[in-house]
Write a protein that binds this ligand. Structure first.
Ligand SMILES: C[S@@+](CC[C@H](N)C(=O)[O-])C[C@H]1O[C@@H](n2cnc3c(N)ncnc32)[C@H](O)[C@@H]1O
Length: 301
């Protein structure tokens, strides 16, 4: 099992990337665990389209290669609303985190499957509402680790931490996140667009169950997930193309499977909906178009 942590406690402290195996403590702490996930996991090169970079392309970012744009554009030709899905997912993140940091009073966030830094990352949204919010990011992608510096710009009152780890190891994630988050107090667990890379549903449900077992009553669970429902029939062929031409492989889930992630939790209004419609406001009397990506927020009773 492998993981690595890069932590910035506040913007007043200098960022230091440790060399593998080195461990530092005290001010400006940056820690790298004894077991290092980057070993044997080179940053994906320019020859293979890669999820974090293609997602970045769909969001209009610049951190991608020609192969990512080529594959991403081909997926768009098969499934034209994919760019809308990516944008709706990020807008959902903004609304959900604003609600959690504000009305729901959450000041601790565990964001698993962070993605490449973009506009309005979780800590930026949360700390605008509550500057003392503490956020731990987790991703297993060496490319995201390489860009983690941009995620570590905490307010002085709050904290951000980055753990390079795989969602298949929730117990290790919780153990390492305890360096920044207090698991005796409620935590918002976020899995946006990442459970779709855990191909086996029982495994994905077990991961979510373990994470939610580690947090107390009053914690929240936030998930977005692609589906072939909600008008996402075009997803089937596009995902097949993706799995033959890009990495890592992906799967969609139906409502019945998606609902399993929330077993034992109280779904908050409006329940499970297209992420575009979760507490969305209408513009000129019109709500945003539905996209084939489920979104939901639930509270642990
Ligand atoms: C589609 S991006 C979503 C990024 C962000 N959460 C968002 O909603 O915009 C999915 C992210 O999940 C990460 N991911 C995929 N499988 C993972 C795993 N097994 N463990 C940790 N992260 C994973 C990928 O590396 C990628 O950065």
């Amino acid at each position: 099992m492998v993981r690595e942590r890069v932590r910035r406690r506040s913007c007043a402290q200098p960022f230091v990337r440790d060399t593998p195996g080195e461990r530092r403590t005290g001010k400006g702490t940056t820690a790298v665990s004894e077991n290092r996930p980057s070993e044997g996991q080179p940053i994906p090169g320019p020859d293979v389209a890669h999820n974090a970079r293609v997602w970045n392309h769909w969001l209009g970012g610049k951190d991608n290669y020609p192969i990512d744009r080529k594959v991403g554009d081909h997926v768009t030709s098969m499934f034209p609303s994919i760019g809308e899905v990516a944008r709706a997912d990020r807008e959902f993140l903004g609304r959900a985190v604003r609600f959690l940091a504000g009305e729901a009073g959450m000041d601790q966030f565990l964001d698993i499957g962070t993605g490449l830094p973009t506009a309005d990352n979780t800590h930026e949204v949360a700390q605008r509402v509550n500057p003392a919010a503490r956020i731990v990011y987790v991703d297993n992608d060496p490319l995201v680790l390489a860009h983690a510096r941009a995620l570590l710009t905490s307010t002085p009152e709050g904290a951000t931490d980055y753990i390079h780890a795989d969602a298949h190891h929730p117990d290790a994630i919780v153990r390492d996140a305890k360096a920044t988050l207090d698991f005796d107090r409620p935590v918002a667990v976020m899995l946006l667009g990442s459970l779709n890379f855990i191909l086996d549903t029982d495994t994905a449900v077990d991961i979510v169950g373990r994470l939610m077992a580690a947090v107390p009553s009053g914690s929240h669970l936030v998930i977005t997930h692609p589906t072939t429902e909600l008008g996402g029939e075009g997803n089937v062929e596009a995902m097949r193309f993706w799995n033959e031409n890009a990495t890592p492989p992906i799967t969609a889930r139906g409502l019945a499977e998606f609902t399993r992630f929330f077993t034992g939790l109280d779904l908050l209004d409006p329940g499970i909906v297209s992420c575009a419609r979760w507490r969305a406001t209408s513009v000129d009397g019109r709500l945003p178009p539905i996209v084939p990506q489920f979104g939901a927020v639930a509270r642990k009773p």
